[in-house]
Design a protein around this ligand. Structure first.
Ligand SMILES: Cc1cc2nc3c(=O)[nH]c(=O)nc-3n(C[C@H](O)[C@H](O)[C@H](O)COP(=O)(O)O)c2cc1C
Length: 137
């Protein structure tokens, strides 16, 4: 079965209640069942998520997530066939906040820590997420 990896960026909807503990518990439960792995970075305003797994499963979860009213302005950054998972041990890792270390990781790959989802390179974004997950242990 083919593996796919999808990356998107979205904006938190401030008028909807968001409990990230609840959200990540749901992610872990559903994703483990569907063989989905990945990483979710939430800086307080925006989400950056990578989903990897079977093509049909990634597609199905992405469409479900895209309908979630807790976020909007979803920008699909990339969706590709891949040979290997980048986050094989994370049913979904959550990284929250933008502290100095995280900003330092963004600055390793980008000129500024501001992400412009319309122009940003998906590969550099994946590098950032991989470094963030490595720091999470
Ligand atoms: C930013 C964001 C990321 C999400 N990521 C996932 C995910 O990786 N897996 C998942 O099952 N649900 C995810 N969700 C939640 C789904 O939109 C949906 O609420 C959930 O899958 C419903 O699961 P349930 O029927 O088990 O309650 C995410 C929601 C948001 C706002």
């Amino acid at each position: 079965m083919n593996l796919s990896r999808l990356v998107y960026y979205s904006q938190r909807n401030p008028s909807e209640r968001l409990d990230t503990n609840d959200l990540i518990a749901t992610c872990k439960r559903n994703n483990a069942r569907a063989g989905i792995t990945g990483m979710l970075h939430y800086n307080g305003d925006h989400f950056l998520q990578v989903l990897e797994g079977g093509r049909a499963e990634v597609s199905a979860i992405y469409h479900r997530i895209a309908r979630d009213t807790r976020h909007s302005n979803i920008i699909l950054i990339s969706c590709n066939d891949v040979r290997e998972r980048m986050f094989p041990t994370w049913a979904m890792g959550l990284h929250e906040g933008m502290d100095g270390r995280t900003e330092g990781i963004f600055l390793r790959y980008f000129a500024t820590a501001e992400v412009n989802p319309e122009t940003i390179s998906s590969d550099s974004l994946l590098d950032v997420l991989q470094d963030i997950s490595a720091e999470m242990g």
